[in-house]
Design a protein around this ligand. Structure first.
Ligand code: ZN
Ligand code: ZN
Length: 111
């Protein structure tokens, strides 16, 4: 079983079947969030990543990847956000941390 993680912004516990995980796969970097709103201050403060690879990939890995905010086609360097919801892992990809921030501000895919 995966141990509970801490939110990269507020330090709250993030259970394995809940919250959000952000990854920069090309840089082997990751972060965890208890809720989507905490992505926003984290990106504004300069996105402090932790070292680590992609632990739980999204259920659907669509190629080619496109930014969920601006629809740009993405290469190897991109940011991935995975929502953990029970058994489900819902992924969204972004061209940059900035666009992850913009998307989160608009409420993500559940606006
Ligand atoms: Zn938090
Ligand atoms: Zn974008």
């Amino acid at each position: 079983m995966t141990p509970a993680e801490r939110c990269s912004w507020c330090g709250e516990r993030v259970e394995a079947d809940d919250g959000f995980r952000a990854y920069e796969p090309a840089g082997e970097r990751r972060a965890a969030f208890c809720r989507l709103e905490h992505v926003i201050p984290w990106t504004i403060q300069g996105a402090h990543w932790e070292a680590g690879g992609l632990a739980e990939p999204p259920d659907i890995d669509s190629r080619p990847l496109r930014c969920s905010h601006c629809d740009a086609e993405l290469g190897e360097v991109h940011v991935l956000l995975v929502r953990h919801r029970g058994e489900h892992r819902v992924g969204d990809d972004f061209c940059s941390v900035d666009h992850l921030n913009e998307w989160a501000k608009e409420g993500g895919r559940w606006r």
